[in-house]
Design a protein around this ligand. Structure first.
Ligand code: NAP
Length: 380
């Protein structure tokens, strides 16, 4: 079985090496699994890039018996990915071998052990990884869900692997950050618990009923998931309009219309941001607030949009809220990240992170209630 490792200092450099399966007996309350269906998306680049800061490298440390130089855990790591794994062996009576489990797995063919426990108020199928080496990992990444869908339906599992983790970002964005109904779902800060340019997040901050939302890199899966979740909002809760900026405006424009949203939509190319008709379209909706959400725009995209909004008479007075969700799709160095962070500070950009938002929702509402809403929407 091959282990796949990535260089922590240069994420473009990766290697595989064979390793025999574990010979040690499985510990109590544990499962031994191999990942069977994984999604490789732009997110995996982020997991490698910020693997030290957000402890993603901690989830699956390189096996101790790896050959040199890969046994140096400061230099090499196993990058995680979302998807399904199959249980090979279990010391947990409720989880039998061949069970398919949803969660965060190594993007590697090697067999791994997980130690699981249950939280009393969690849904029946949810288990939590409790290994010491994962203590600093955000809770969302330590949650494992037994699959109840047809285990032979690989196409469904593949779809779920590729889309669900990212779709959750669009869900929490529309349902919590910009909650349409604070009595149902509380307004939650885009990056709760972490110092941000904006300290508190009130119901007023969450209100987008008089707002135009502008999505950059709108054709990303995350951008499309946001568009889908915005389209599910009740009439009157906003936004007034959704401008999608993308290299594929025709397809994205048609997709937006197919969602039959209660708001106006327009899809444009990045180069169109220099045209006055885009600003006129935005101004015609008379927004009192403009929310820009950057899902990883192409070179110069954000700056072009920022100057369009700031220089147009009908838009410059509107409150401007800028959320950073993703990076442009390429391999970065940490120096690139530092430069991006400086730009974030300069424009008062608010970072958004799905994991802490979902964790805050679980704390406030309880896991059963929070997952009920999420599962119901995902089921659509
Ligand atoms: N903060 C969070 O909680 C969170 C959650 C989920 C995802 N993310 C992040 O969001 C970003 C998008 O993830 P995803 O999986 O949705 O991405 P994806 O589906 O792979 O998106 C690819 C899109 O990125 C755009 N793009 C920009 N520069 C590009 C380039 N040089 N080459 C190719 N495409 C380029 C393109 O959109 P256009 O043609 O429309 O420009 C393309 O369709 C990632 O950085 C991911 O880590 C963050």
């Amino acid at each position: 079985m091959d282990v796949h490792v990535v260089s922590k200092s240069n994420n473009a450099n990766h290697a595989t090496f064979p390793l025999p399966p574990p010979a040690t007996p499985l510990a109590p309350s544990s499962i031994r699994v191999r990942a069977t269906i994984l999604s490789l998306t732009s997110n995996n680049l982020t997991y490698a890039l910020l693997g030290d800061i957000l402890h993603w490298w901690d989830t699956y440390p390189v096996p101790e018996n790896a050959p040199a130089p890969y046994n140096d855990r400061t230099a090499w790591g196993v990058v995680p990915a979302w998807g399904f794994a199959t249980v090979l062996e279990s010391t947990i009576p409720e989880i039998t071998s061949e069970t398919k489990i949803w969660g965060y797995w190594p993007a590697s063919a090697h067999v791994v052990d997980l130690t699981l426990s249950k939280n009393e108020d969690d849904p029946e199928t949810h288990w939590i990884e409790t290994s010491l080496h994962r203590a600093a990992v955000l809770p969302l990444y330590n949650r494992y869900i037994i699959s109840t869908s047809d285990t032979t339906d690989e196409a469904r599992h593949a779809w779920e692997s590729a889309v669900r983790p990212i779709w959750q970002c669009g869900y929490v964005l529309s349902e919590y950050v910009f909650t349409p109904d604070p009595a149902k779902n509380p307004a939650i800060h885009p990056l709760p618990g972490v110092p941000s340019v904006k300290k508190d997040w009130t119901n007023e901050d969450a209100d987008i009923s008089k707002t135009v939302v502008i999505s950059l890199a709108a054709s990303s899966k995350t951008g499309r998931s946001a568009a889908h979740n915005f389209a599910c909002r009740p009439p009157g809760s906003g936004p007034l309009g959704l401008l999608q900026v993308t290299s594929s405006p025709e397809a994205i424009g048609a997709a937006a219309k197919a969602l039959k949203p209660h708001f106006a939509t327009k899809a444009v190319e990045y180069s169109d941001l220099a045209k006055s008709e885009v600003a006129s379209w935005l101004a015609s909706l008379s927004p009192s607030k403009i929310v820009i959400i950057d899902f990883g725009s192409r070179d110069g995209g954000f700056d072009a949009l920022h100057s369009l909004v700031k220089s147009h008479e009908g838009l410059s007075a509107a409150e401007l809220v800028i959320l950073a969700v993703g990076f442009q799709q390429k391999v970065y160095t940490l120096a690139d990240v530092a430069a991006a962070q400086a730009a974030v500070g300069a424009h008062g950009i608010i970072q958004l992170n799905t994991g802490p938002i979902l964790d805050a929702a679980l704390r406030i509402q309880g896991a059963r209630r929070a997952f009920e809403g999420l599962e119901e929407r995902w089921g659509r």
